[in-house]
Design a protein around this ligand. Structure first.
Ligand SMILES: *Cc1c(COP(=O)(O)O)cnc(C)c1O
Length: 406
């Protein structure tokens, strides 16, 4: 088999990007060190202004991580014990973890299997008189179907907090990720599309009074020095991270275009094969899809390129980690790709409603079937902007061979 020939393709490699912009980021970092202003200050303010402009929001507040962005936004809305917040179980843990950390109860709706994003119909079913907010996630860089979500929120008086950690620059129907809800939360974790050199995050909002609450919350709820309106925390964005992020921001459009070009290349190489695979291979849409009429209106920014690999005859796993008698198609293909030197990742192997830490919420395997199936079938292929065309060809070729083996 030709599968062991050729160079390895890493799942993600950040070094190439660093080498390309090294002088710019190092100058930015040196400027911060020379100034000896490491906490908030002008670098953070400049970064916030640039990000507010890019995202298309009136106010942007830098915080310590994407997780803390969610915690600060939920806290700013006074959400806490006794409150329910509806979200998707098919996301990074932080989405639901932040809800639990403020003392509220995460309530899980199911996903739309076509987009892997929160399904508005099941969201509507989950709303009770205790529901205070909904947290749609723009998963993998594709925006959730916001219009019906916003409509349900309006109807029931819910706050919308967008988890846009994976979706900076994503658009749909002229709306940019993070700007449709009351708050939009972003992450600068190094693997995100705009990654810092450590942890960092951002909350955006169009509401000036919310913005001032967010700013207070990140410094222990302080209104003026040593006077505390409420209990916040230390949720500040480092000046060093702000300088790095601001230096990288002018490159983001180019990197996003490269991710989209890579996704289109996968489609050219694998589209026909997927169409003839009898449902065993499904590719993500190359645009943020919604209704057929406005497909072209969206921009999927491909933080991840996640294909689905389905055993047509198999049942979803009955419990997390239950791999049955034989590994499923996704796990078999992943192992073969690893042998061929192709890096892949699984986002996310266990949906959040089946996590041990949420066992007390009483969900059972089978409750959210679309999410459980996605957890069994999703496989992320390399998509980072610096991938070369021949590397993508190698991934596609190896994936075809691995699937032919069955
Ligand atoms: C990365 C991520 C977060 C958390 O961001 P951190 O900066 O790692 O804390 C939250 N939600 C989603 C969907 C993410 O991908």
């Amino acid at each position: 088999m030709p599968m062991n020939s050729g160079a390895k393709v890493p799942f993600l490699e950040l070094g190439g990007q660093y080498r390309a912009i090294r002088s710019e980021v190092e100058a930015a970092m040196a400027r911060v060190v020379a100034s000896q202003r490491f906490v908030l200050g002008p670098e953070v303010e400049a970064c916030e202004r640039a990000l507010a402009d890019y995202v298309g929001s009136a106010h942007a507040v830098g915080v310590s991580s994407g997780t803390d962005a969610l915690i600060v936004a939920l806290t700013a809305e006074g959400i806490g014990p006794g409150d329910e917040v509806v979200t998707t179980p098919f996301t990074f843990f932080a989405t639901a973890g932040a809800i639990a950390r403020v003392g509220a109860t995460p309530v899980f709706a199911d996903i739309d299997p076509a987009t892997l994003n929160l399904d508005p119909a099941t969201l509507a079913e989950r709303v009770t008189e205790r529901t205070r907010a909904v947290v749609p996630v723009h998963l993998f860089g594709q925006m959730a179907e916001l219009p019906p979500i916003l409509e349900i929120a309006r109807e029931h008086g819910l706050v919308v907090i967008e988890d846009a950690a994976q979706a900076i620059g994503a658009e749909r129907e002229g709306v940019r990720a993070g700007t449709a809800g009351r708050h939009g939360c972003f992450s600068f974790f190094p693997t995100k599309n705009l990654g810092g050199y450590g942890d960092g995050g951002l909350v955006v909002t169009d509401d000036a009074s919310r913005a001032s609450t967010l700013r207070a919350l990140r410094v222990h709820g302080q209104s003026s020095r040593y006077h505390h309106r409420f209990v916040g925390g230390n949720f500040r964005l480092d000046a060093l991270q702000a300088a790095v992020i601001a230096a990288k921001l002018p490159h983001l459009e180019r990197w996003t275009d490269a991710r989209i070009a890579n996704a289109k290349r996968y489609h050219r190489l694998l589209g026909d094969f997927a169409a003839r695979s009898g449902g065993r291979l499904a590719l993500p849409a190359t645009v943020a899809e919604g209704h057929a009429s406005n497909q072209a209106a969206g921009r999927h920014v491909f933080n991840q390129f996640v294909v689905r690999l389905a055993d047509p005859e198999s049942e979803p796993h009955r419990s997390p980690g239950d791999r049955g008698e034989r590994p499923n198609l996704r796990d078999r293909v992943r192992k073969r790709l690893a042998r061929a030197g192709i890096g892949t990742a699984i986002y996310y192997p266990v949906p959040l409603h089946l996590q041990p830490c949420f066992a007390h919420l009483g969900y059972r395997a089978g409750d959210l079937p679309a999410s459980e199936r996605a957890a069994d079938e999703a496989l992320a292929l390399p998509i980072f902007p610096e991938l070369a065309p021949d590397q993508i060809e190698r991934v596609a070729q190896s994936l075809r061979e691995a699937l032919v083996e069955g």
